[in-house]
Design a protein around this ligand. Structure first.
Ligand code: SAM
Length: 221
């Protein structure tokens, strides 16, 4: 497992500092019983095969990695991009026994991500799929992150977005809890970043869980 970078970006206050100090206990407080459903839905929708290459943008501590690695196998590759070295360190420790090249971790800001500077293959759209789980709604310029990442996916490749929205219907009772979860995580609950995928991809599939709080979209680029 290789961590490339660091690529130096201006220090940020607010949401980003959360993912430096909280990295070591993130997995314990990340409410997986609520949010895991998003990963379990989105990752099969990427249609990964043995040997596929997949980008995980804002990969954090690598909670997607077991499912991604099971799909791409030992000859495939999972490239995780995150701007928090502390989160990547946790991901690195979890994947230490992966075969060489099976997992690559890139310390970079997804909004300004230069894949060549990050040491990745410079030959363009070489990924089969890209995944964003609970990360775009934290980014100031998620359109830029989407464009950069999807430009690295081959035509006909797949993309999936999992993110948090406001609950609806009966689940509006959960509204305060949903807002609190987003505030604690630094996410903008009104961002609705999956709309980008809806506008840009083909064959869009949609799922909604937890009364609309967990939104999943997948499609072909
Ligand atoms: C709520 S965590 C989600 C982590 C992981 N995707 C998951 O599903 O558990 C959000 C992650 O996005 C990362 N992140 C936020 N803004 C970023 C940016 N502009 N570039 C790269 N990573 C970013 C944070 O460092 C953090 O690790």
């Amino acid at each position: 497992v290789l961590i490339t970078g660091p690529i130096v970006y201006p220090k940020r206050k607010g949401p980003m500092s959360r993912y430096t100090h909280s990295a070591s206990w993130y997995d314990s407080v990340s409410a997986e019983p609520i949010y895991r459903v998003g990963r379990e839905c989105a990752i099969p929708a990427l249609h990964l095969q043995e040997g596929s290459r997949v980008l995980d943008i804002g990969c954090g501590t690598g909670l997607n990695f077991p499912l991604l690695l099971a799909a791409v196998g030992p000859r495939g590759q999972v490239v995780g991009v995150d701007r928090s070295r502390e989160m990547l360190e946790v991901a690195r420790r979890k994947t230490i026994h992966a075969p060489p090249g099976n997992v690559v971790l890139v310390e970079a800001d997804a909004e300004q991500f230069d894949h060549v500077a990050a040491g990745l293959d410079g030959s363009g759209a070489t990924f089969d799929a890209v995944l964003f789980t609970y990360s775009l709604s934290l980014m100031g310029n998620w359109e830029a992150a989407w464009l950069r990442a999807t430009s690295l996916v081959r035509p006909g490749g797949r993309a999936a977005v999992v993110d948090m929205g406001l609950p609806h219907g009966w689940a509006r009772l959960l509204d305060p809890a949903a807002r609190l979860a987003c505030r604690l995580g630094g996410a903008d609950i009104n961002a609705r970043p999956w709309t980008l995928l809806e506008r840009t991809a083909h064959d869009v599939q949609s799922w909604s869980f937890r009364g609309g709080h967990v939104q999943v979209r997948a499609g072909t680029l």
